[in-house]
Write a protein that binds this ligand. Sequence first.
Ligand SMILES: NC(=O)C1=CN([C@@H]2O[C@H](COP(=O)(O)OP(=O)(O)OC[C@H]3O[C@@H](n4cnc5c(N)ncnc54)[C@H](OP(=O)(O)O)[C@@H]3O)[C@@H](O)[C@H]2O)[C@H](O)CC1
Ligand SMILES: [K+]
Length: 507
Amino acid sequence: MRCMTESEMYEVDRKSAEDYLLPTTVLMENAGRALADGLKSKLSKEMRICVVTGPGNNGGDGYVLARTLLNEGYAVEVLETVTEAEMSTDEQLYRQIYLKYQGTLTKVDDVDVAAYLVDKDIIVDALFGIGLTGRVRAPFDQWIETINQSGKCVISLDVPSGVSSVAADDLLAIRANHTFIIEAPKPSLFIEATRPFYGEVTVVSIGLPKKELLQSSLTVWQQEDVKQTLQKREPFSHKGNYVHLLVIGGSAFMPGSVKLTSTGAYRTGAGLVTVMTSEEALPMLANGLNEVMYQPLEPEALTDEALAKYDVIACGMGLSETAAGRALLSRVLETKKPLVIDASGLNLLSEDLSRLERRQALTVLTPHPKEMARLSGLSVAAIKRQPFRVVADFAKAHQVYLVLKGAMTLSASPSGEININTTGNSGLSKGGSGDLLTGMVASRVLSDDTPLAGISNAVFLHGLAADLAVSDRHSSYDLTATEVSDYLGRSFQAVLRKNIQASINIK
Ligand SMILES: NC(=O)C1=CN([C@@H]2O[C@H](COP(=O)(O)OP(=O)(O)OC[C@H]3O[C@@H](n4cnc5c(N)ncnc54)[C@H](OP(=O)(O)O)[C@@H]3O)[C@@H](O)[C@H]2O)[C@H](O)CC1
Ligand SMILES: [K+]
């Protein structure tokens, strides 16, 4: 499923009107009806429904929805917040049609809005859609506050009014119980500050040309995408047909990190895993990791000749941030091997990013927001406010694949394409989760249809394993990364055998 920015959506609208000759009024009729159809699952004929309309086409959708429900015998009325002259042209038309169907209209200026809402069961928010810019201005702000304070069930059309393309610091928006989204979710659905305003979500189609929707560079990565892009394992294959991963990291006080990375790699399909780690860490690792081979941690051993047998390197987990660690990362960056960098490796890399420009092979960076802050020089707050832009800009500027980890992990390609992940839960907010993921990413990045697909598959399966663990015998409190790795088998089974996600799975 695609995710679309507001400007991309307007571009599809323009094309469907100009190139496909679809009148904008037809789209609004389709939108209002599709939204009404979606909403009906929440309604009964006994409920009193109030549609609050604003000045733009979102309000127009509201009039179509109100008329559709009225015509089917629902108790619906409209509360309008602007005069007819202040409405968009299409909205004016659908207001008139609503009146022809003998719909009831109330103007905000004629009532005490809080008192008017008291006997309503459902409030439909058709105040603003994707056309809102900046913070909601007066006098609309007071009605948003009144609706939020009403305690009623609030359903938003397309987006919760007030959630604009750029998340403002002092955001004022409708807190919806449920949002019916038109055609494709907008980035604000996946941003920490704006996600809570949406409530539950349902995506409805209004007949926009699919070909145009597919032009978006943002994709919500789902089960069908994993199924389609995951490399098949052939019956006559041998370990040499799958990646040989070299894991570099671990230290006396952090031996478990590379253990998790190696397990993640094997459990995600790698053919061979070799760990290069400090001698102090070795005894702790060898005990319990039967499938792994070992090498001492020495930069001089990283010659192109010695590395020829490896397909990909994962570096940085549990690596000590000392002169030795620094020298090691520098050497690894100079190699011509595909490389995944995580944890301490990212901190050491932040000291001099120009080394990325000199790389001659694929590079994947897997930062959490704090590591991203070090890499980009931006604050964590700035990254969280606009993660899509930050991720795309950085990936393009440094020509890397970038995985910004979080509740909605974003994976970006060097061309700025972004895949959004919706699996996973707060049980992953623990030490070790990232180490496990790095091994999984390294195992898939060269194996699936494209590097971005491989990375996104790893992120999806990692989150799904945590979801399955929590729905089985764990909770997000007790879950550990080792247990997540134990559920990777179930995660693959679920993806390969069942349809686990009919629509987007958003916490
Ligand atoms: N393809 C589709 O997705 C379709 C979606 N539809 C629906 O249309 C809306 C988008 O409609 P649009 O008219 O472009 O925008 P809005 O309804 O969100 O509102 C625009 C009005 O809001 C005013 N505005 C803007 N910012 C503010 C603010 N901060 N405070 C107060 N008022 C604001 C703006 O006035 P300006 O003077 O600023 O221009 C406009 O009056 C989409 O979300 C869907 O619901 C179509 O129905 C079908 C196709
Ligand atoms: K809305």
